[in-house]
Write a protein of this length. Structure first.
Length: 498
C-alpha cells in the first residue's frame, strides 16, 4: 500500500540528463544572442548602409538597429503566443495573419507562414477526426493550366534559377483557392475573415497617415515605394503617394477600394438583416478606407471606387433606382455644361501627366512583344529582357499577361477569371440563402474594382487578388452545399466557442 502513496511526478521535474541538455540549450541560445549583438555592433553601420542606403530617414546613426529589430520580433512572437492562448487556439491567430498578409506586401513571408498555419491546422485536426476538410473545386484544372502557362517561360529565359524561384514563390499565391473553400464552410467563417480584413485595412490607413506625418516632419517622402512612384505633382505642390503596407500606391488603393465597396454593400442591407452595431462598423470602415484610397493619390483608385460607389444604390434600392439614375445623370449634365467636369478632368490629367503619357510607349513595347511571340509570349516577368530601352514594366495587367504568356496565358488566366465571375453571377441569381447573394454581389463589386484598375497597373501577382478569388470560390461552394443540404458536420477550422 505504501507504493500507492507516492506523490505524483510533476511535468516540470527533470532527471539529471534532461536538466543537463536543457541547461546546455539555454547556454547555446545565450551565446547566439551575444554573438549576434557583438556582430551587430561591429558591422551594423555597414549593413545598414547596404540595406537602407547611406543616409536613411529616421534610423540614421541608430546603433544596434539589428538588435532592436530582433528584440521587437521576439516581443511580437511572445505577443502572438499569448494571443493564441487567450483565443483558445491558433485559428484566429492564423486567420488574422492571413488577412493582414493580404493587406501588407512589405511584411516578408507573412502570407506563406499563414498558409503553413492553415495546413498545420487542417492536417492535425483532420487526422484526429479522420476527415481532411478539402472540397475539390473544378478550378483545379484551370490552376494546373495556369502553372503550365507560367512554366512555358522556361523556353524563353536565360536565367532559369531566377525563374524557378519566382515561380515557386508565386505559386503559393494560388493556394488560397484550394484551402479557403475547405476552411470557410459557413457564413460565420466568411464574416470572421472579412472582419479581420477590414481591421487590417484600417491599420494600413493608419500607416498611410504616419507616412504623411513623417514625410511632412522630415521633408523627405517616406513610403515603401521607389522614388519614381512615391510622389505626384498637383496644383497644390508635390504630394506624397502613400502606400500603407504595400510597395505601390496603386496596389494600396486597389485593396482599400475593394474592401471599402464590400463594406458599403453589406452596410446597406435591409433593416432586420443586420444589427445597428454591425451597420455602424461597416459604414465607418467604408469611410476610413475610402479616405485611405483618396490619399494614395491613385487616379485609377479614385475612378474605380467612384464607379462602384455610384452603382451600389442602383443595385440595392430598385424602387429608387430610376430616380437615382436621373439625379446622377442630371448632375453629370450640369457638370459638363458648366465646364466643371472638364476643369476637374484637366487637373487630374495633369497630375504627373508626363508619366501617364510615357506609359503608352511601354504599352507599345508590350504589344510588340505579344505580336512577336503570340502563342506563349516572351516569358512571365521577362518584358525587361525584351527590346525595352526604358527598362520599365508594363502598366496594364491585360498586357502583362498577353506579352508574358501569349494567347495561351490569356485563355488560361482570362478563363479562370471568367469562371469565377460566372459562378458568382450564378450565386447572385440562384442563391440557396439570401446571405450568399449578398456575398456574391460584394465580391463582384470588388473584382470590378480590380478589372478597372488593371488598365493602369499590374495586379496579376498581388496576393490580395488571389485571396479574393479564394473567398469567392468558398462562397460558391457554400451556396452549392446549402442547396444540397450538405453543411459541415464538424468545424475543423474555427469551431464555435462554447
Amino acid at each position: 500500500m505504501s507504493e500507492l502513496n507516492h506523490a505524483p511526478i510533476l511535468t516540470t521535474d527533470f532527471n539529471a540528463k534532461t536538466s543537463l541538455w536543457r541547461g546546455l540549450g539555454l547556454v547555446l541560445v545565450g551565446w547566439l544572442v551575444a554573438f549576434f549583438v557583438k556582430n551587430d555592433g561591429v558591422f551594423s553601420r555597414r549593413v545598414q548602409i547596404d540595406i537602407l542606403g547611406p543616409n536613411p530617414s529616421l534610423v540614421n546613426d541608430v546603433p544596434y538597429l539589428g538588435s532592436i529589430a530582433l528584440i521587437a520580433v521576439c516581443l511580437l512572437l511572445i505577443f502572438l503566443v499569448w494571443l493564441a492562448i487567450k483565443s483558445g487556439g491558433l485559428d484566429r491567430l492564423v486567420l488574422g495573419c492571413f488577412a493582414l498578409s493580404l493587406n501588407a506586401d512589405v511584411v516578408p513571408m507573412l502570407f506563406q507562414f499563414s498558409i503553413a498555419g492553415f495546413f498545420y491546422i487542417m492536417v492535425d485536426r483532420g487526422l484526429r477526426l479522420r476527415r481532411i476538410p478539402f472540397r475539390l473545386t473544378p478550378l483545379v484544372v484551370v490552376l494546373g493550366l495556369m502553372m503550365i502557362s507560367y512554366a512555358v517561360s522556361f523556353l524563353q529565359t536565360t536565367q532559369p534559377l531566377s525563374l524557378v524561384t519566382n515561380m515557386l514563390f508565386r505559386s503559393t499565391y494560388l493556394i488560397p483557392i484550394l484551402l479557403l473553400p475547405g476552411l470557410m464552410v459557413s457564413r460565420r467563417h466568411l464574416e470572421t475573415l472579412f472582419n479581420f480584413m477590414l481591421i487590417a485595412a484600417v491599420i494600413t490607413v493608419g500607416v498611410e497617415l504616419m507616412q504623411f506625418a513623417l514625410s511632412a516632419i522630415s521633408g523627405n517622402i517616406i513610403t515603401f515605394s521607389p522614388a519614381v512612384y512615391n510622389h505626384v505633382n498637383t496644383p497644390f505642390g508635390v504630394m506624397p503617394r502613400l502606400t500603407g503596407l504595400m510597395y505601390h500606391p496603386n496596389h494600396q488603393s486597389n485593396l482599400l477600394a475593394s474592401q471599402a465597396v464590400m463594406a458599403l454593400w453589406f452596410a446597406t442591407q435591409p433593416k432586420g438583416t443586420i444589427d445597428r452595431r454591425r451597420r455602424s462598423f461597416l459604414f465607418t470602415a467604408y469611410v476610413v478606407l475610402a479616405f485611405g484610397t483618396v490619399i494614395t493619390m491613385s487616379r485609377s483608385g479614385w475612378l474605380s471606387i467612384a464607379i462602384a460607389t455610384t452603382l451600389i444604390p442602383l443595385i440595392r434600392f430598385k424602387k429608387l433606382a430610376p430616380w437615382y439614375g436621373l439625379a446622377v445623370a442630371g448632375l453629370g449634365i450640369v457638370a459638363y455644361a458648366t465646364g466643371f467636369a472638364e476643369f476637374a478632368y484637366q487637373i487630374v490629367h495633369d497630375m504627373n501627366g508626363d508619366s501617364a503619357d510615357f506609359r503608352w510607349h511601354i504599352d507599345d513595347i508590350a504589344l510588340e512583344a505579344f505580336f512577336s511571340r503570340p502563342w506563349f509570349g516572351v516569358g512571365s516577368s521577362m518584358l525587361l529582357d525584351f527590346f525595352n530601352p526604358y527598362q520599365l514594366e508594363v502598366h496594364d495587367t491585360y498586357l502583362q499577361v498577353a506579352s508574358g504568356m501569349g494567347i495561351f496565358g490569356l485563355l488560361t488566366y482570362g478563363g479562370f477569371a471568367c469562371a469565377i465571375v460566372i459562378r458568382l453571377i450564378h450565386v447572385w441569381m440562384k442563391p440557396a440563402d439570401p446571405a450568399y447573394r449578398e456575398w456574391a454581389i460584394a465580391l463582384l463589386l470588388a473584382l470590378m474594382i480590380t478589372s478597372i484598375q488593371s488598365f493602369f497597373a499590374m495586379f496579376l501577382w498581388v496576393k490580395f487578388l488571389w485571396g479574393i478569388f479564394g473567398l469567392a470560390e468558398a462562397v460558391v461552394l457554400n451556396n452549392r452545399d446549402k442547396k444540397r443540404h450538405q453543411g459541415a458536420k464538424d468545424f475543423i477550422f474555427l469551431p464555435p466557442q462554447r
